[in-house]
Ligand binder design. Structure first.
Ligand code: BDP
Length: 684
């Protein structure tokens, strides 16, 4: 049980009774699509049903393909599951408007059986709310994965297109099983090489493996590619030669990959080239690529990232994306989406949401979530992110009145946008279990399920994943789910509680670094925590950077006032005196110290729960998690001690009762050298 099978294990249903119920219910499976015709996707569906039913109930399914009318309620990718009879036998019918929809229906049926749900009186309709449900791989062509903690890239570029790893198919199955339908296989810090003819044949080979599973391939486009691989002297988006180059390049890609999904672009951000070099704006840049992608009836899109902040710009970094993009509203082509990280800073354990969501009603917007745990303990610490994403997607922006949630901005319903998309930065690598930490598979799974339906609950998803992934009885399952559910807040508590952010070590981002200074200001810690003898926290109200003004009045009211702001966002928006009285009645300093301690205590509680679980799940994965939790406790202690010793220099107050005394002095923690922690290109 090494975790390779993910949530698609299909082990034999142990109860004889359930097995025979299932056998009775699926004497046949009817797949109804508008054409009723066979296709590579229908073959994939049949192969998956055969694999699943053989494993679960020892049966080889009989699949009948039938044609039926298009159903308006199912959209492009939705499915319906119902019971029917075929020649007197009980059967399950999967109805869909597309082969991909039918495939999702097949996976849903298998999921029900894996979860031992009844197949009687089936009446299920499920339709994804978002059109393009993507993974973003930050994978370099040399197979190093930026912020990847589960080994090297899955894409063996050196062997492609001739040798195809069987893993490519298993990867595509995993995506399809949760309803994901696209993947950007290259890093946002892009290499133009992938657009050369030689690499495009490699990309085509991957696309051909993914296609039957409903997965479209996308690439990152380096803005200066016309110069680097095209021999042009400029990449100016308004230059006719540059336009002609991209037109031809996109046509060439479509020749290889007729269903190519489009480009993801990081431009004028952290050293990546972009339209600014030529005095042009983001819309000029995005539209340059959007035009050929939409040519000749194709439906390729451009995902233009809003993760921009400029060295020359001394405005509070969290304000810059809004400032750059709001004036461009209405200028982007219809097939451009602005891809916005959930927070305005950078995937912190907790951030206020990006105020750009909903602020450009005439521009398609998508959200980028980070599945890989760059700031939440890599693949060592346990942090189930379903809870974080639920918080983000359910967050009300109030931009068009109450109920204007980020989910509705992103699914396009709030402003009736023609195309919708969501991205998650993948946590996969070539580790045998795909994600390094066995429980980090839950994040991949949760992302996929939320991409399908952003209204699903984090606990329901965790329960589902646990049921699929472990053979655990009800009590053990509940223990695992509880553990997952609390884990992200635990990381927040021992690393960046009360709205603290960006106080991690430089470069690799693993471990504490509130002391990090030097270089550009917005890459240092004091820029964000602003600790001084008065207090702690970033002043983002009117007396400070006034970042708060980018939010709707309702939120300014909630977050702009000390009396109203929730503890979770306190130090995100306010510089608060050390003796400020918190809701708990404690002073800020005491509350801070106790939160750090609470984080450590919670990790200890997780370890105790896990110790208790021994025998409740397989030994192999149990032990892998046990070891990681032990390390997580050490890490949590280090975060607590390092941060409290550092902030104590400013607060000049003793640690309150209940907080353990640090084992070392501050300098010890500053000197801890994690240079070799993987995941950052500078480490190699
Ligand atoms: C930051 C990462 C960096 C990424 C960047 C991005 O540290 O490796 O390239 O985001 O999203 O979080 O472009």
């Amino acid at each position: 049980e090494d975790g390779y099978r993910l949530w698609l294990r299909y082990d034999r249903v142990e109860s004889r009774e359930t097995r025979s119920d299932y056998r009775g219910a699926v004497e046949a499976i009817v797949v109804q699509t508008p054409t009723g015709e066979a296709s590579p996707t229908i073959d994939a569906l049949k192969a998956e049903l055969a694999r699943g039913l053989d494993g679960l109930i020892g049966r080889d399914p009989t699949v009948h393909l039938v044609a039926g009318e298009t159903r308006d309620d199912l959209g492009a990718d939705g499915y319906a599951l119902t019971n029917v009879t075929v020649d007197g036998d009980d059967a399950v019918r999967i109805t869909a408007n597309s082969d991909a929809g039918a495939l999702y229906g097949a996976f849903a049926l298998l999921r029900k059986m894996q979860l031992r749900e009844s197949l009687d009186a089936l009446d299920e309709v499920s339709v994804p709310k978002i059109d393009r449900r993507l993974l973003n791989h930050w994978d370099n062509l040399n197979r190093f994965v930026e912020r990847g903690y589960a080994g090297f890239s899955l894409w063996e570029w050196n062997y492609l297109p001739d040798i195809l790893s069987p893993r490519y198919t298993d990867y595509a199955r995993a995506l399809a099983s949760v309803g994901l339908n696209g993947t950007v296989v290259t890093n946002v810090n892009a290499n133009a090489l992938v657009l050369t003819p030689e690499y495009l044949t490699k990309v085509k080979a991957l696309a051909d493996v993914f296609r039957p599973w409903g997965i479209r391939i996308y690439l990152t486009a380096r803005f200066s590619a016309p110069m680097e691989i095209g021999g042009l002297e400029t990449a100016d988006p308004l230059d006719p030669a540059v336009q002609a180059w991209w037109d031809a390049k996109v046509a060439e890609i479509y020749e290889h990959i007729p269903d190519f999904g489009g480009f993801l672009v990081k431009a004028n951000s952290e050293g990546q080239p972009g339209p600014w070099e030529y005095g042009r704006d983001h819309a000029d840049g995005a539209n340059l690529l959007a035009k050929p992608l939409a040519a000749a009836g194709r439906d390729g899109i451009v995902m233009w990232r809003a993760f921009v902040y400029a060295f020359e710009d001394t405005t509070d970094r969290v304000k810059q994306a809004y400032n750059q993009f709001v004036p461009l509203d209405g200028k982007f082509a219809d097939n451009v989406l602005v891809q916005i990280k959930n927070g305005p800073l950078d995937f912190m354990p907790r951030e206020a949401f990006s105020p750009l969501f909903g602020a450009t009603p005439q521009t398609n917007q998508m959200v980028e979530l980070q599945i890989t745990q760059e700031y939440l303990g890599a693949s060592i610490q346990l942090a189930y992110l379903g809870t974080m994403w639920e918080e983000v997607l359910d967050q009300d922006t109030y931009v068009a009145g109450e109920g204007s949630t980020i989910g509705k901005v992103v699914d396009g319903s709030l402003f009736n946008h023609p195309v919708s998309a969501i991205a998650g930065v993948a946590n996969t690598g070539d580790d045998r279990n795909w994600t390094g930490h066995p429980l980090a598979q839950a994040n991949w799974y949760a992302y996929g399920r939320l991409a399908w339906d952003h209204e699903l609950g984090a606990r329901d998803i965790a329960t589902e994943w646990t049921g699929l992934t472990f053979d655990a009885d009800e009590e053990a399952s509940t223990q695992i789910v509880d553990l997952l559910m609390g884990s992200r807040e635990t990381v927040v508590n021992y690393s960046m509680p009360l709205g603290l952010h960006h106080i991690m070590e430089r470069g690799h981002h693993y471990g504490p670094g509130p002391w990090v200074t030097g270089g550009r200001a917005d890459w240092t810690s004091p820029y964000y925590h602003q600790a001084d003898e008065v207090g702690l926290g970033a002043n983002r109200i009117a007396s400070g950077t006034n970042a708060i003004e980018q939010y709707a009045p309702e939120l300014q009211e909630q977050w702009g006032q000390l009396a109203n702001v929730p503890d979770e966002l306190l130090l995100w928006f306010h510089h608060v005196p050390w003796d400020y009285e918190m809701r708990s009645g404690r002073t800020l300093w005491n509350e801070l110290a106790l939160r750090y301690q609470q984080g450590v205590d919670e990790v200890r509680a997780m370890r105790a729960t896990w110790a208790d679980l021994r025998g409740g799940i397989d030994e192999e994965r149990w032990d892998a998690v046990r070891q990681r939790l032990a390390l997580q406790e050490k890490d949590a202690i280090e975060w607590r001690d390092a941060c409290l010793l550092y902030f104590q220099q400013f607060s000049q107050r003793p640690l309150p009762e209940g907080v353990e005394a640090p084992a070392y002095d501050l300098q010890h923690y500053i000197d801890v050298d994690r240079r070799f922690f993987p995941g950052h290109p500078g480490d190699y």
